[in-house]
Design a protein around this ligand. Sequence first.
Ligand SMILES: C[S@@+](CC[C@H](N)C(=O)[O-])C[C@H]1O[C@@H](n2cnc3c(N)ncnc32)[C@H](O)[C@@H]1O
Length: 172
Amino acid sequence: MSATKTKPKTLQSSRRQGRHGCWDHLIVAPLWVAYDANLGTLLRTCDAVGACLAVPKTAHYQNALSIGDTLGGRRPCIHWVAPSKEKWIASQRTAGKRIVAVELAEGAIPLPRLTPAREPTVMLLGHEHNGIPDDVLAWADDCVEIPMIGCGASLNVAVAGSLVVYRLAGLA
Ligand SMILES: C[S@@+](CC[C@H](N)C(=O)[O-])C[C@H]1O[C@@H](n2cnc3c(N)ncnc32)[C@H](O)[C@@H]1O
């Protein structure tokens, strides 16, 4: 006999701990992601897993996040990346964070073998068409690839980022 499933209206809010501040342990960095909907989806995933979001400090990203934000302004922590993406990544590494690139690449760790982040981690995501630049990929500490068996060349970047950050957060 299967258990009865119910969906009481209070369940969604009772399972949440509420808005979180900057824990700085896990930062999702879609530094090359361009589209509003993808940035908004990643912002929502960050809220769900307790991660921060890092995006370039430009009018494009400020505007894209205000359009893509479906959290009604109750955003997780946002780190504004400046003066350049490369300098910001280097500063994160100097601060002791592990840089994890999410990309289809030779030598990447398959997602099922990825373990939850035990150290402060920055997770990089690439552009919808061009991916993560090769030079950045070359100096990431690790690269994670999500195995695929279908015909598509890659996953949507917000889907890929959400799958990997759930794993890094220890929730999947
Ligand atoms: C649509 S893909 C970019 C594909 C691009 N044509 C290329 O060759 O790099 C956008 C981003 O989503 C992520 N992504 C998509 N599918 C992935 C997969 N199977 N494994 C790891 N990352 C993936 C990566 O961060 C990638 O840079």
